[in-house]
Design a protein around this ligand. Structure first.
Ligand SMILES: [Zn+2]
Length: 111
């Protein structure tokens, strides 16, 4: 009597791959930077180079210039600069995310 196939196979199953955002990741193990297509909310993926799972998402494309800070005054200046940059990046990120959300017909689950 139990002749039905399991799992049930549906005839027309449509897999929709929408606009998946490309995120930039940095591997903490080998320092490799790479871009990956991941679902929204993904924080880390496997490194393409060494396969390590210790990767972190890079939010800002442009990193602050690397230079050795010498004096406390310079340090303070750099901190202000970093704060400004971070705020700007955050504002851009927020607006971009908002735009993306508004484009969607329905507010999906998660975000
Ligand atoms: Zn790696």
């Amino acid at each position: 009597m139990l002749a039905a196939a399991w799992p049930p196979v549906s005839g027309s199953r449509r897999v929709t791959i929408g606009r998946v955002p490309i995120y930039e990741f940095r591997c903490e193990a080998c320092g490799e930077r790479f871009e990956a297509l991941v679902a929204a909310g993904t924080d880390s993926v496997e490194c393409r180079r060494c396969g390590s799972g210790r990767t972190a998402r890079v939010l800002s494309a442009q990193a602050p210039p690397m230079h050795i800070v010498k004096t406390p005054g310079d340090t303070r200046k750099q901190e202000v600069k970093n704060a400004q940059l971070r705020e700007r990046t955050r504002a851009e990120f927020t607006s971009a995310r908002r735009r993306a959300r508004e484009r969607r017909p329905k507010g999906g689950s998660g975000g």
